[in-house]
Design a protein around this ligand. Structure first.
Ligand SMILES: Cc1cc2nc3c(=O)[nH]c(=O)nc-3n(C[C@H](O)[C@H](O)[C@H](O)COP(=O)(O)OP(=O)(O)OC[C@H]3O[C@@H](n4cnc5c(N)ncnc54)[C@H](O)[C@@H]3O)c2cc1C
Length: 813
């Protein structure tokens, strides 16, 4: 073996499946000067004891993409690197106990088809053909995933490691990283064998990731859970059946009972995600261990009893087998259950690929994503679902533990569009929270901020259970309609705490901003929407820019975009410019509707004749407010920005004045309804790096005359080539459900596009879809179909103009 490497381009800390895949993919991208450090033997963390299930199923488009890619990679990997592996593609059967579950399956079938996979739904009778030993009397159907299977996680890791070594990478086993320091433009990673100087470091330390993150000043949002599976002895009947048919049973997931059951040789492997689960290493008497390599927690069967009994009733064959072994290992969780993959926020040339809950089935895709981040600074697919910047620092340990327990216990749960999970709530409250609560607000968290989603009227059902439906009409529906109608006919007020807010100052600030955005920087006293593109012309983010002075701008952006946008701006900021975050100092209310001017006139000294897209300082009951003449609801209106200390008195004054004008508080559901009618895009739905600025139909926000801006060359080239797929607005003759994200659009038997938003417009009384459609079909009046939970509904392609107030007369009034 050659000498210990003292220099490398990239050092990866952690040799589990994910670290090995990251190394493999970096090498594949041509970056072979990489070293992976593993404190013990490869796989010593969570990887060695993982069950190795490789599902493709996900209700998230990007996670499904990652898992689909993994499964494809694993099918050929053994041959590519000459390392044969046990990878059994058995397929799987996911049982459904309810109508809602089958709807979820139908949606995933649609997404899978769009990603090139042929998943299908089985009726209860058909289930038996695929899985003869299962009780089906109480089932509504099942999802059959022919691509599902299981892989030996250690062999997978070794194969990836072998492939990386063959391409030139180094792997140092039994060589822990013990610290990092920054020297000039380099990182120096310390190990007992010596220092390694490198350009880039990757934290792939699995459940140790928080410890490694601390060296970079990071406090990673994560908790470690214990997860168990049980192995059962050989069952002669199963052995006989396997010999007869010549293959194993597909993997069975009873997702409503929350476990999987897999044939393991001629017995079973039963793995529940149980409700009474346990977080580890969070109390003083259970400190985080220095080293837990190849170790397990003691068996804890009591927690699993209900699941064992349920599985035995479901597959009675299981009852005939003895339990032979229990594996209880550490498994890391972020608060939303998705891993961290991407640039380390605030730290130069450092990346995260850690905190994987499904790191075996995701390792392949994760390695690809990580390598793209490192080598290209951007990923092929929009990977916001895994971006470390989706967490913004409020996620303390208590929060992380509560959310990890909640996510673990609901690992297979359905995520309904009007449902908010109850744990980790009330982290950040608006100054008028008590007021909105008294008015009947039902809340959901946005970057930890509790925002009203709708206002329940006396007698409305606000129970969590009532929110668990895909149907458009739940207990909120009539109340939301009244809220939207109030905005249309009189006025509504939306409390919007936690709007992310940056101030940009310094000589040359406007010029610098002009180079960052595709469009024009507004004149002093005016504001406008600004779009930021990446070098490929893809949509990075959208912000409202208000020009305060020649070289002073306020940039306002979504609550959830706080860390993302802050990081993007700082990364590109030039010396001499100052960017400061004022998110927590201010709060915002949207006052909108035809009576909003009259209401404001009663309480403020503002010049209310100033037109659309202007801003001004004014006073409301003595408090200084900043009024911006815009409305995401698409009516006459102002955003009222006030210092948090003044927000309550401002709210009270506006509410008092509004009494005589029919003012009513409204929530985020109504806002969503109102904004789709205006064709206003939502970030990380309609606006993502999956689309370019031109595909997004944002041409009017591009100032081609500017000498340069980020993404200009790519956009010019695209304009010359012709835009093949473009933003569209559809009116859909839908059934009882609105189309979820990534519902496919069909035309003459072909999929021709997808929806990125779908919601009911209460002013237009239509189901509206915003999405992307192939250019040749994107012609007003074209009849298409939208697949919603497995059924195709007729739809019409509309003009490229808002469905409500197409000429913006109401907003300009
Ligand atoms: C019982 C059980 C069953 C599971 N079943 C499945 C399944 O069926 N399918 C699935 O997809 N997932 C499953 N998982 C989850 C899966 O095991 C993990 O998500 C996956 O192994 C994570 O891989 P990783 O590479 O991110 O982390 P790890 O495998 O934990 O690797 C991290 C590595 O970093 C090393 N390291 C840490 N600190 C340092 C340092 N300072 N210097 C050098 N090296 C360091 C560690 O030694 C370790 O080897 C299961 C988990 C459990 C507990």
């Amino acid at each position: 073996m050659s000498e210990f490497p003292t220099q490398a381009r990239v050092v990866i800390i952690g040799g589990g499946a994910v670290g090995a895949s990251s190394l493999y993919h970096l090498c594949k991208a041509g970056w072979t000067d990489c070293v992976l450090l593993e404190k013990n033997e490869l796989t010593a963390g969570s990887t060695w004891h993982a069950a190795g299930n490789v599902p493709t199923f996900s209700s998230s488009w990007s996670i499904m993409n990652m898992q689909r890619y993994s499964a494809e990679l694993y099918r050929g990997l053994g041959a590519v690197v000459d390392y044969p592996m046990n990878y059994n593609v058995t397929g799987s059967v996911r049982l459904g106990h309810s109508r809602e579950r089958l709807q979820e399956f139908q949606r995933v079938v649609g997404m899978g088809r769009y990603q090139g996979m042929d998943l299908n739904i089985l009726s209860p009778d058909e289930i038996k053909r695929v899985y003869p030993f299962v009780e089906t009397h109480d089932l509504t159907g099942a999802l059959h995933d022919p691509y599902d299977g299981d892989i030996d996680p250690a062999q997978l890791t070794q194969a990836l490691a072998k492939g990386a070594r063959q391409m030139g990478a180094r792997i140092e086993r039994f060589c822990p990283a013990t610290g990092v320091r920054r020297e000039g433009d380099e990182w120096v990673v310390s190990t007992p064998k010596g220092d390694i100087r490198c350009e880039i470091v990757v934290n792939a330390a699995g459940y140790y990731a928080r410890e490694v993150g601390k060296w970079f000043g990071r406090d990673l949002p994560m908790a470690v859970m214990s997860h168990q599976y049980m192995l059962f002895d050989t069952i002669p009947e199963l052995e006989k059946w396997t010999h007869e048919v010549g293959h194993k049973l597909p993997l069975l997931r009873d997702v409503d009972s929350s476990y999987y059951l897999r044939q393991e040789k001629h017995g079973f492997n039963l793995g529940p995600y149980e409700m009474g689960c346990k977080a580890h290493w969070v109390t003083r008497d259970d400190p985080f261990p220095e080293d837990f390599s190849f170790q397990l927690f003691p068996d804890d069967l009591e927690r699993l009893e209900w699941y064992i009994n349920d599985a035995m009733a479901r597959v009675p064959l299981l009852a005939s087998a003895g339990l032979s072994k229990v594996i209880n290992g550490p498994i890391p969780y972020t608060p939303d259950g998705n891993p961290l993959i991407g640039p380390m926020p605030g730290v130069p040339n450092a990346f995260e690929a850690c905190v994987f809950t499904f790191g075996i089935c995701q390792a392949g895709g994760a390695g690809k994503v990580l390598a793209e981040w490192v080598t290209e600074g951007a990923t092929e697919w929009d990977m916001w679902s895994c971006d470390p910047r989706r967490f913004t620092g409020f996620e303390d340990e208590g929060y992380c533990v509560k959310k990890a327990i909640e996510v673990y216990g609901h690992e297979y749960a359905m995520h309904f569009p009007h449902h908010a999970w109850p744990e980790g709530r009330d982290k950040k409250l608006s100054a008028v929270h008590a007021r909105t609560k008294a008015a009947g607000a039902v809340y959901a968290p946005y970057n930890g901020w509790e925002r009203a989603v709708w206002y329940a009227r006396p007698g409305d059902d606000t129970s969590e259970d009532a929110q668990r439906t895909w149907d458009r009409k739940g207990p909120w529906f009539d109340a939301v309609r009244e809220e939207a109608q109030a905005v249309r006919d009189a006025a509504g007020i939306l409390d919007l705490p936690g709007f992310s807010r940056f101030v940009l100052k310094g000589a040359g600030a406007a010029e610098w901003l002009a180079r960052q955005i595709t469009g024009k920087v507004p004149n002093v006293g005016r504001l406008g929407l600004a779009y930021f593109a990446d070098d490929k012309g893809r949509i990075v983010t959208e912000m409202s820019v208000a020009r305060i002075a020649e070289d002073e701008m306020v940039l306002i952006t979504a609550a959830t975009a706080q860390a993302h946008d802050g990081e993007w701006l700082r990364r590109h900021l030039e010396p001499g410019l100052a960017l400061t975050d004022h998110t927590t100092e201010w709060s915002t209310q949207i006052l909108t509707g035809p009576k909003s001017r009259a209401i404001l006139a009663e309480v403020s000294d503002a010049d209310l004749t100033k037109g659309w897209l202007t801003h001004q300082m004014a006073r409301i009951v003595g408090a200084e407010v900043w009024l911006c003449r815009v409305s995401f609801a698409g009516e006459l209106g102002w955003e009222i920005h006030s210092k948090v200390a003044d927000t309550e008195s401002v709210w009270n004054a506006v509410m008092r004045a509004g009494k005589g004008h029919g003012l009513r508080p409204f929530g985020m559901f109504a806002l969503n309804s109102l904004r789709v009618e205006k064709g206003y895009r939502a970030w990380k739905g309609d606006l993502s790096t999956d689309y370019t600025i031109l595909q997004g139909g944002l041409d009017r926000f591009v100032d081609w005359a500017k000498p340069s801006f980020r993404g200009k060359a790519a956009l010019e080239a695209e304009r010359q080539r012709g835009v093949t797929k473009r933003f569209c607005t559809l009116v859909i003759e839908a059934g009882d459900q609105d189309p979820p994200y990534m519902s496919t659009i069909w035309h003459q038997g072909r999929v021709v596009g997808e929806l990125t938003s779908g919601y009911y417009g209460h002013r237009t009384e239509k189901v509206i879809g915003l999405g992307m459609l192939k250019a040749e079909v994107n012609v007003p009046g074209t009849r298409v179909e939208v697949e919603i939970f497995g059924t195709r509904y007729p739809a019409t392609v509309m003009e490229d103009a808002p469905l409500w107030d197409a000429r913006n007369e109401r907003i300009r009034a």
